[in-house]
Design a protein around this ligand. Structure first.
Ligand code: ZN
Length: 73
């Protein structure tokens, strides 16, 4: 199964912000955001900056377009 992961450490969990509310998401095969945990509010209220996302496991940050495809079977 293919999945998008951090180009630095391979984590599949990303954060919308390091300093704001804790919003955890994964990137789907269509390069859209799938929310895993929301600190507050609802998904319909939520706007994230896809050019500035953060890895949930390491210090990598970058654009949604920079995450890499990973195949795990
Ligand atoms: Zn990482």
């Amino acid at each position: 199964m293919a999945q998008y992961t951090c180009p630095s450490c391979g984590s599949k969990y990303f954060l919308a912000s390091k300093t704001g509310p804790k919003i955890i998401f994964q990137v789907t095969l269509e390069r859209t955001v799938e929310f895993i945990q929301l600190a507050t509010g609802t998904i319909s209220d939520l706007v994230i900056d896809t050019h500035k996302i953060y890895c949930g496991a390491c210090s990598w940050h970058g654009s949604l377009n920079e995450v890499v495809e990973s195949h795990t079977d």
